[in-house]
Design a protein around this ligand. Sequence first.
Ligand code: IPM
Ligand code: MN
Length: 343
Amino acid sequence: MPKQVAVVPGDLAGQEVVPEAVRVLRALGLGYEFEEFEVGAGPLLRGEPAMSEATFQEIARADAILFGAIGDPRVPDVGYPAQVLLRMRFELDLYVNLRPARLYDDRLSPLRDPSRRGIDLVIVRENTEGLYVGMGGRFRRGTPEEVAVQEDLNTYRGVSRILEYAFGRARRRICMVDKSNAMAHAGGLWQDCWAHLRALHPDLEARHLYVDAAAMELVRDPTRFEVLVTGNLFGDILSDLTAALVGGMGLAPSANLNPETGKGLFEPVHGSAPDIAGKGVVDPLGAILSAGMMVEHLGDEEAAKRIEQAVIGAIRSGECTRDLGGSLSTREAGDAVLRRLGD
Ligand code: IPM
Ligand code: MN
């Protein structure tokens, strides 16, 4: 049976970059079948749900989801991304969010010291719990006495499974990041699970950092990190930081996975980029590298390497969009990758 890929461009920049990723996938001749779904501001502004129930069910059945972005300034509801993207992460139980950061070309590093440029790390972000679950509420809304509560949910199962996954991925080093000095309940659970697992992996160099120190260390010497595992919110924040260490948001890919069911959603980290969307200048490489992660997840490791090599080739020859120092349009940057797939 050919693999079924649900293509979900979503909003704004997502609609510009996802077609480039699909072109790359088609050129590889992997025999995937693609079906495109409309979600986001389009249907919402027509008075329909941002993602209809039928659409969600069909997307959920696919072998993999190639996602663009969600967010449109015309939609005033701040809860709107949650209805789409977070719903897919939660309901498909995609508890692993992988956010790799590799420095493909020294010129993309913002760091002065050349010895700090061998960056090849991955953030393993817990993706189904923490402060993202939406528990809490607003009380006495709209009055000077208003109270807003946002709960940080951490379960033994949730914390241990993400740590186990991270330990399983690390070859030499693992770093766990929390804020257990200030948030002793949630942090305490992370610490207990961490202590248990690190005792089972004496071969790995295991380090713990509080999130504030981790932010500092990532800038001071990112080469000391291999696998960085953390909760949902800290992973969200630190992965923007690590993206900036290797060329910026335009280049950052991600995979949302459930290793047990095999379900996966693959998306560039950059989001819908309303400030630059619609001008043909959005960097397609984050989406193309996300497609590469998808291909690897679907078992085509060789093709995944070809995608990454083609991206590296395009970047090193300056055939890229302006965020990476080039002058190409989104489409031309996609062409530059396509041309190199055979290299
Ligand atoms: C991301 C985004 C999302 C998140 C938003 C759009 C809800 O910032 O994927 O990093 O916070 O997870
Ligand atoms: Mn984010």
